[in-house]
Design a protein around this ligand. Structure first.
Ligand code: 13P
Ligand code: SF4
Length: 376
């Protein structure tokens, strides 16, 4: 079979990944800073840079708006005048921004290889199989709820089947919304966010089952599925599942005053052993509002923990729960070199690494995201 060779213009149109040109390697940090600032200023109102809290400081400092996934999705929907939305985050966030932004806007992810291993744990064909198998079992009163950390194809499925998207900052309200519409929820891809949220709402653990997409019928018996209020997809975050109860116990011994706060992507036992849990934005808020001199141990990505310690709350003691520091390697892919290249190319009239959700997925993804934004 002959492969179609795309022209440079066509590659840009379809959003194919462009490698970082060699001339952007080995540039000093100071020079990158100056060139990014200059390009940002020259692009002016045509550009908005969105930055997730896990971005490294060298990139994060250029964000016009920073936040958790929910806040950044809202920002993408509201900043309708900018021609370019440069999303310093990961692929599923940029996809959601593309769906929520206006048709004339272009969403760019500086490195298209910045994905999310959790989002990759749920493929649309696996979800179709799961849905069909549930139907074959006679389990039909199910509302699908997907975490923001999922591909547009998964979100589109949820929109089409009467479901919704949630983030870690609105998960409880979203589960409430879904249980008002169906007997059971299929929650994907993060079993931990689903379990932690439902447990916090009073749902017992024995009313939850885990669906393994690699096993026939999810590896479950009919009675197990029928007895469940919540069917949890077997997915997880490889960064947040590294935190452990042992780490919390050790810290409580050395820092008896410590308050432990973790992201709800951590395992259930870690969330139970912690004093609080919440989205990245909620973690920042709680520490910012805490008493001067208080001691915190934080179970989330290391760039946010370091920023909390050095910039947000320098008059509190902020420690990482994991001495080795948990780093999200895909968030880290967005470098200042990439950002500089993307912005300077825009000034030259070239759009690289645009994220474009196909039209057939866009409509239902939009429905699922709009439902999410409407839930209070
Ligand atoms: P937040 O929505 O809390 O920022 O979380 C996003 C994420 O990917 C956490 O791993
Ligand atoms: Fe995905 Fe985990 Fe990284 Fe968040 S921290 S983007 S869930 S891999």
């Amino acid at each position: 079979m002959e492969l179609a060779v795309l022209s440079k213009d066509e590659r840009h149109r379809v959003g194919e990944s462009q490698p970082l040109p060699e001339c952007y390697l080995g540039v000093s940090a100071d020079e990158l800073d100056g060139r990014i600032s200059a390009a940002q200023a020259a692009l002016g109102e045509r550009l908005v840079i969105l930055g997730h809290h896990y971005q490294r400081d060298e990139v994060f400092k250029f964000a016009d708006c920073s936040g958790d996934s929910f806040k950044l999705a809202k920002a993408a929907a509201e900043r309708s005048t900018a021609e370019f939305i440069v999303f310093c985050g990961v692929h599923f966030m940029a996809e959601s921004a593309d769906v929520l932004s206006a048709p004339h806007q272009k969403v760019i992810l500086p490195d298209l290889a910045a994905g999310c291993s959790m989002a990759d744990m749920a493929a649309p064909d696996e979800l179709e199989t799961c849905w069909r198998e549930l139907e074959e079992l006679g389990v039909t009163d199910v509302v699908p709820v997907t975490y923001m950390n999922s591909a547009a194809g998964i979100k589109a499925f949820c929109g089409r089947e009467g479901g919704v998207v949630c983030t870690s900052s609105n998960a409880a309200a979203t589960l409430r919304w879904a249980w008002a519409r169906g007997e059971r929820i299929l929650f994907l891809p993060d079993q931990h966010l689903g379990r932690n949220t439902a447990y916090g709402m009073g749902v017992p653990l024995d009313a939850m089952v885990v669906w393994d997409p690699h096993q026939p019928m999810g590896g479950l018996r009919l009675d197990e599925v029928m007895g469940a209020k919540l069917i949890l997809w077997k997915g997880h975050c490889s960064v947040h599942t590294r935190f452990s109860v042992t780490q919390i116990e050790q810290l409580r011994r050395t820092e008896p005053e410590v308050r432990v706060i973790v992201h709800p992507e951590c395992t259930w036992d870690v969330v139970q052993a912690a004093d609080a849990s919440g989205s990245t934005e909620a973690i920042i808020r709680q520490i910012r509002e805490s008493a001067v001199g208080s001691v915190w141990a934080v179970g989330t990505e290391i760039h946010l923990v370091n920023r909390l310690a050095a910039q947000v709350a320098p008059d509190r003691l902020v420690l990482t729960l994991d001495g080795l520091g948990c780093l999200c390697s895909t968030m880290f892919r967005v470098s200042p070199n990439h950002l500089c290249w993307i912005l300077e190319s825009l000034l030259d009239g070239e759009v690289h690494n645009q994220v474009v959700v196909p039209d057939d997925q866009k409509r239902w993804t939009r429905v699922a995201l709009d439902r999410m934004l409407s839930i209070q």
